[in-house]
Design a protein around this ligand. Structure first.
Ligand code: MOS
Length: 733
């Protein structure tokens, strides 16, 4: 099905099942430990051996020699794989650093060897006996030092410009020019990267933990130099990804190589301390923002430059992205610069672009509001735009930023905020409120599904879509149930297997809308097939209560399907609508924090997000997505920072004791309001993404609240107490 005209009324609009707050259909399996994660397929194949990954001890240089003699003789060792023994390897489309290093080393903890043994403990013990000698080279590890040598990136939109930014900024009566920094951050998902590989001749089956089955199937084939058809990926349950599992990592490749060398199934998990330097991270940024405005708060010039680094061949963090779309202003510029760094590879993490970009832009708006003496909510409203500000002929499909801000201000009690910093005190706590706009683009991606109804009337959906903890199983079951007129308990959803039709996968908050639209398309075909077989006019047939009905006649769909069942397969693909309209999601984040007047410790007291993101397919799972993202935003604001060792070039705090992330229990109150929106431009589901919207803007809302509480403006994330304590007004002690 091609989606190229706005959606009209369709069976989803009934909202009997879609739009309702169903519990997760796979919840009982997860809570009873019967949903196998990648390392837990203990009974899938017999004779499983264990692999242990050895990471490079240097960041840049080459391996002089690897001696595996001693390790080879250790108890239980079956095989050892290095670049020397692995044979010729290609490289996938989605990774820059090679997943097995040597002789050249591209980053610290790049995998250099895999030891395969009968048990995990034996593999780990033998790995200590592998002797690697390196020739170390000097590397570049400091973004600030490399800022001046950063270049215009060759991919994406490295620069944009409208009107005369420099002239308009110079002439603006009110100017803001400030620089903000965000640190390197780690995905820190709960489930480590893990894979189990089995070869049958030249066919590989890989049980893994992966967000994008088809991309990763292609990349493993490219890397191993085998046809894509020879690879099967199975990834039905995933314990978080956040972008870190969009692509195959060393565990997948090394499991495949290890299984080939050992001639038996091999499973490999990255240990937690390995994940931080072996896999990609969100790159640090330096962002300069200049905004010029009239005295009544109209932006006349807005400029955003962002510097980030990556290894050779890598991409920049697209932090200027939100500034290209969020606010009006006739004169504008954005620019990305990419420095060559020898740190581990940078890549997508939790709303790449928008999340770190808004951490800067939305502090800048707060600073501008203060200079103007205008309420920060009002300043954002004054500068709303209903068209793409870089291309005014392109309207937004739906844009309710103003309603998000107004609703949030009302519901949060924004009026109680003291405009003067440091004015509100509650016992030992200095109390502050902050606001930020949320913005994240809505991407749409081709997505397929197969739907079958059997003689008992059970509807089975198969698609290679993944559920990374997001609720895909549930919203897909809801979609199929609504379309086929059955209860959700009559639907079976099977995901995460490359034997199923290729889907959108999970990434960039495109998964929910695109994958359910693919299921919708397959269900439209199945409805036609059922109606036809029942002898009904497909255009007039109705599906309700497990029956297909036409006029006075009706039949159970199971009876129509009969013993052989009926199956239909289709995909949704998206036409020009995603180009003629700018599709984005909007929100407003409000937070209240307390800063201990003596110690400067920060506590998040209340958070509220108001989201306008199209039809909400399941308000319960969507809310979970948004409060999870808000919690991540608190991490970005207050805690998360990979500490760079600038001599050797690695992230020092490579475990969850040194790299702390908040949990829901750290935040006293989190609320989410979804505006009642349907977006017929986005898909037949009229839905959009919402998961990543929830993180966008949160960091700045918190930094702004800290300023409101204390009068100390921190522009370098995370906002930790050491950055406050020396600057606290004496009066608060
Ligand atoms: Mo997302 S950072 O594309 O998983």
């Amino acid at each position: 099905m091609k989606f190229d005209t706005p959606a009209s009324a369709n069976p989803i609009d009934l909202l009997k099942i879609v739009g309702q707050p169903f519990d997760r259909v796979e919840g009982p399996r997860k809570t009873t430990g019967t949903a196998p994660y990648a390392y837990e397929w203990h009974n899938a194949v017999p004779n499983q051996a264990y692999g242990y990954v050895i990471g490079s001890a240097i960041a840049k240089g080459r391996i002089f020699s690897i001696s595996v003699t001693e390790a080879r003789r250790a108890p239980g060792v079956i095989a050892i794989v290095t670049a020397d023994s692995a044979g010729k390897l290609g490289k996938g489309k989605w990774n820059n650093a090679r997943l097995l290093g040597g002789p050249e080393i591209q980053h610290y903890h790049q995998a250099v060897a895999l030891v395969v043994a009968e048990t995990f403990e034996q593999a780990r013990a033998a790995a200590q006996l592998v002797r690697v000698r390196y020739v170390q080279e000097k590397g570049a590890f400091d973004l600030a030092n490399s800022r001046d040598s950063a270049l215009k990136p060759k991919t994406g939109t490295p620069e944009s410009s409208v009107g005369d930014f420099a002239g308009a900024f110079a002439n603006a009566p009110v100017q803001l020019d400030a620089t903000y920094t965000t640190p390197d951050q780690a995905h820190a998902m709960m489930e480590p990267h893990a894979s189990m590989a089995v070869w049958d001749g030249d066919h590989l089956t890989l049980w893994t933990s992966n967000q994008m089955i088809d991309w990763s199937r292609g990349d493993i084939a490219l890397t191993l130099g085998i046809p894509k058809e020879n690879v099967r990926l199975i990834s039905p349950y995933i314990g978080g990804g956040f972008g870190g599992k969009l692509f195959i990592r060393a565990d997948a490749l090394l499991a495949a190589l290890g299984a080939r060398a050992a001639r038996r199934p091999v499973k490999v998990a990255l240990t937690r301390p390995m994940m931080f330097n072996n896999t990609p991270h969100r790159p640090a940024t330096i962002q300069r923002i200049r905004i010029g405005a009239t005295r009544d708060g109209k932006i006349t010039a807005i400029g955003h430059e962002s510097w980030s680094g990556d290894i050779e061949g890598g991409k920049p963090e697209n932090a200027v992205q939100p500034t290209r779309f969020l606010y009006a202003g006739a004169n504008r510029m954005t620019a990305l610069r990419l420095a060559s760094l020898d740190l581990p590879e940078g890549n997508a993490m939790r709303a790449p672009g928008e999340a770190p970009g808004l951490m800067a832009l939305e502090i800048a708006m707060d600073e501008l509001a203060e200079k103007l003496g205008i309420d920060p909510v009002e300043l954002r409203i004054i500068n709303d735009t209903q068209v793409d500000p870089e291309k005014p002929q392109r309207p937004f499909s739906e844009r309710r930023l103003i309603e998000c801000l107004r609703t949030g201000a009302e519901r949060f009690g924004w009026k109680a905020r003291g405009a003067r910093p440091g004015a509100v005190r509650d016992g030992q706590w200095l109390v502050g409120m902050g606001v930020a706009a949320a913005f994240r683009n809505n991407q749409v991606t081709k997505s397929g599904a197969r739907v079958r109804v059997d003689g008992a009337g059970i509807v089975t959906v198969e698609t290679d879509m993944t559920d990374i903890g997001t609720g895909s199983y549930t919203i897909i079951a809801q979609t199929a149930a609504e379309m086929m007129g059955v209860g959700i308990d009559r639907v079976v959803v099977r995901l995460g297997d490359s034997n199923f039709p290729v889907s959108s996968g999970s990434g960039g908050q495109w998964g929910a809308n695109s994958s359910t639209a693919g299921v919708y398309a397959a269900c439209v075909k199945l409805r036609e097939a059922i109606a036809q077989k029942a002898g009904f006019d497909p255009a007039a047939a109705q599906f309700e209560g497990g029956q297909v009905r036409s006029g006075e006649r009706s039949m159970p769909i199971g009876a129509v399907a009969g013993a052989s069942g009926i199956v239909a397969e289709d995909f949704i693909e998206f036409g020009e609508l995603s180009k003629t309209f700018q599709q984005s999601t909007f929100g407003a984040h409000f937070v209240e924090i307390g800063v201990d007047a003596a110690t400067c410790e920060i506590r998040v007291r209340r958070m509220l997000a108001v989201c306008a993101a199209g039809r909400i397919l399941n308000p319960k799972s969507a809310r979970s997505q948004v409060i999870g993202a808000m919690t991540m935003g608190v991490g970005a604001a207050l805690m998360e920072e990979l500490a760079v060792d600038r001599r050797i070039g690695y992230f020092v705090n490579h475990d969850l004791a040194g790299y702390e992330v908040p949990v829901h229990a750290d935040i006293a109150s989190q609320e989410v309001i979804f505006l009642d929106e349907t977006d017929p431009i986005s898909s037949p589901m009229k839905a959009k993404g919402v998961g990543e919207l929830g993180i966008c803007g949160v960091g700045a809302a918190i930094a702004n609240a800290v300023y409101n509480a204390t009068g100390v403006r921190v522009r370098d994330y995370p906002v930790t107490l050491d950055k406050l304590i020396a600057k606290m007004p004496v009066a608060t002690w």
